[in-house]
Every structure is written in structure tokens, then in C-alpha cells.
Design a protein around this ligand. Sequence first.
Ligand SMILES: [Zn+2]
Length: 258
Amino acid sequence: MARAFAKALLCLEATGEACGHCRSCSLFDSGNHPDLIPVGIDGESLKIEQIRELQRTLGFHPVLSRRKVVFLPYMEKMTEVAANGFLKTLEEPPAAVHFLGAAVDESVVLPTIRSRMQLVRLTYVPAEEIAQGLIQRGCPPEQAGTIASGSQGLPGLAIRRFQEAEAATRDWAALLEEAELLPLLRKAAEAEKVPREQVGQWLDEMAAYYRGRLAVGGRETAKKTLVILEAIQTARNRLAFNVNARLLLEGVFLRICN
Ligand SMILES: [Zn+2]
């Protein structure tokens, strides 16, 4: 979609759609259009050096078409410094330059940048379909449903949320596997700095971990695991009330290390 738009902007026939046969269109198709400036990522992110390089090239006139098109397929990968640099370009846009940006998640693009670009939402995928995709990637169905319904129809965003959740689960698993009081208490102290929903998520992660253990452990382990699960559930319920989250977690952790 972004490519078709860029091609139309550059087309020499300038009818609003790409004609498909002018010199511009054929150069575009071969990937050698001199006035199309793609700005991808350098390693993991879109860096300020790339934005500076871009700014240098924008001073020149278009070679073939009536305008230049800058295409940024990974807007969400901009570093903060790069985003601020890019913002300056948008604030004083050079003549005859169009900026096309794409991002899997508009919310991670700086609001000041978003407000200077016109937003076109592409390809909403039904939540049901996204959930299926997540399940195929090994996501438990219940979690897939939750992530999918919060993903604004964007599969890329859903997959990233799933990966983040998986990483969080791994972190918890490592922490709980060890069952050392000190690291756990340090984690409890963190509860004072994060929103309560986050603490709720932690408790859910923990519960998931112990439910998994329940499935594989012997009878003796099962007994203790059930006690822990109950403690987690109690903490989860009390979290809704105005209870100190850190104390709640400490209570659960003491139970675990007991
Ligand atoms: Zn054309």
C-alpha cells in the first residue's frame, strides 16, 4: 500500500495513480528510482546518523520526478534522538518532499511526529484471525484472545506483545525456579515503582508458572504448589483493594521460600 502510494506520487503522468509505464514507474519497479529515498533501520534501530544523512540529501532537487518521496518503513524503531531530529525536518519540510512512514504500532511514534503526519490505518486483521496466528506460535488460547483483542487489528503488534509476555514468563520462571528469598524480595520492592496492574500481571505469571509445575510434579510437590497457588490467588484478590502491593508480594514470596 505504501509502495503503491509512493509510486503514484513519483509517476510522471501525475494522474493520481501510477501509470505503470513511464520512466519513473519502471525505475520504481526495478528498485532504482533516484527520487525514492528509503530510510530503513541500521541494526536494531533507526538512528540519528541516518536522519542526518537524510537531511543532507533533502536539499537537492528531485532528479526525475516532480518530488522526492522519503519512505520510512520502521517508524517505531526510531531512537528518541533520531525522532527529535526527524521532527525538526517535519517542522521545516523541504520543498517537494513527501514523507511516507509506516509503523506496526502508532502509539510508539512520538505524538509530536504523529500530529504532523497524516495517519492512514492499513489492513485491520480481525481479532479472531490474530488470535489463531498467536496460537499457532505456541500462545495459550486464553492469552491469545486477550492479546488479540487489545492489538487494534495489527498482527505485528500482537506478536510483539506475545513475545514480551513470553520473555516476562521466562524471567519469572528463572526467579521462581531459584526460589531464593533475596532476589524475590528485591522484586517485591519493585512493586512500589510500577502500576498495580503490573503487579497483577506478575501474580498471573507466577500462577501460570505454578500451574505448569502442578502438571509435572509428584504428590509432595503438588501439596506445596497448591498452597503457593492459593497464596497467589489470595494476593490477587486483595490487590483490588487498597492494600500495599509490596507487602502482598512479600507474603507470597515468604510462602514460596518456606
Ligand atoms: Zn508512471
